[in-house]
Design a protein around this ligand. Structure first.
Ligand SMILES: Nc1ncnc2c1ncn2[C@@H]1O[C@H](COP(=O)(O)OP(=O)(O)OP(=O)(O)O)[C@@H](O)[C@H]1O
Ligand SMILES: [Mg+2]
Length: 323
């Protein structure tokens, strides 16, 4: 089902066309990533969904209804929003920052308090430690987690995220991306996510919309964008990362073997490193780099053992990808 629909949407600021004739949709429960170079119109497109910016032309629908027909306050309360610079209120505790929309919705105090605890745990921060701190007492990565928690507070069906992990080092960033993925599997939201990092896009997107100078150049699943770029700009944008991106598309569940050729005792399986089915060949290479040995155990999201991979299986797959 189409949750959000853009029909021929344009926005110009004093005669400058920031966004031109955008037509696309976001399916219910899907993560659509908007990606493109700085200034191509990503934030403008996002802000038109919660009416922080009004389109100059065209229309935007949510649940088949034009967003201009919704009560503005109801519309905003039903759309979570993580802004590019986090934007926590410095004079409010973490708990109060997260509670803003539930308070506006007049939830009872005890429901808000338990929701705050639940959300802090969900984004990997201990509620007893963080609830009563102020934003300045958190690291950048922790603040970004609070930004994500706040956007989820009143359980909105739609979430807009504008470079939520933008200002982070690569390690924290990847960790938050993985947490984001397991969170999204649990909460099933319709998400529009802005980034300019193609690796981030390929990791988290169901579909990617690649933008250039106010227009969508190509929209499709990560595999489509990487294997069948339809435009020179797409090829240029992927650039020298193309091969690495191909590897990022190969999930361990595709290449693992369900059993090993030799018998491995239960305790030995626990001793070898493990990854999850949804992780990629790049994660496996990193894992082998950090751990001695020839095997990695692959577990499902349920924690159960699903299979194994060996260094040889990975090198065979990489060689096959080059050919
Ligand atoms: N309020 C405004 N007034 C005038 N021009 C604006 C306004 N907001 C955005 N623009 C212009 O519209 C274009 C698109 O801006 P936008 O913020 O959507 O880009 P972006 O893709 O989010 O870029 P970035 O990756 O740097 O965040 C830019 O050229 C910007 O200068
Ligand atoms: Mg922006």
């Amino acid at each position: 089902m189409e949750k959000i629909v853009f029909r021929n949407v344009s926005k110009s600021f004093n005669g400058y066309d920031a966004v031109m004739d955008l037509t696309f949709h976001v399916n219910e429960g899907e993560t659509l990533v908007l990606i493109g170079t700085s200034g191509c119109g990503k934030t403008t497109s996002l802000k038109m969904i919660n009416r922080l910016i009004e389109p100059s032309k065209g229309e935007i629908l949510i649940d088949d209804r034009n967003i201009s027909e919704y009560n503005l306050i109801d519309l905003r309360h039903n759309i979570g929003y993580v802004i590019q610079s986090v934007g926590l209120f410095p004079h409010m505790t973490i708990a109060r920052n997260i509670s803003i929309v539930p308070e506006l919705k007049k939830w009872p105090k005890d429901r808000i308090a338990s929701r705050v605890n639940e959300l802090l745990s969900m984004v990997g921060l201990d509620p007893d430690i963080f609830r009563d701190r102020f934003p300045a007492e958190l690291s950048g990565g922790q603040q970004q987690r609070i930004g994500v928690a706040r956007s989820l507070a009143a359980d909105p069906p739609v979430i807009l995220m504008d470079e939520p992990f933008g200002a982070l080092d690569p390690i924290t960033r990847e960790q938050l991306q993985n947490e984001f993925l397991s969170l999204v599997r649990k909460i099933k939201k319709t998400i529009v996510f802005v980034t300019h990092d193609i690796f981030e896009a390929v990791r988290i997107a169901d579909r990617i919309a690649l933008m250039d100078r106010g227009r969508i150049v190509q929209i499709g699943a990560p595999e489509e964008i990487i294997h069948n770029p339809t435009d020179r700009f797409v090829v240029e944008f992927l650039g020298s990362h193309h091969f690495q991106l191909c590897l990022l598309l190969i999930k361990l569940e595709e290449i693992m073997a369900e059993t090993l050729h030799f018998k491995t005792a239960e305790q030995d399986i626990e001793a070898i490193p493990h990854l999850k089915t949804g992780q990629t060949i790049l994660d496996a290479l990193n894992c082998f780099k950090q751990n001695p040995g020839e095997h990695i155990a692959i577990k499902g999201d349920d924690g159960k053992l699903k299979g194994f991979i060996t260094k040889k299986m990975i090198s065979d797959k990489i060689v096959a990808t080059i050919k």
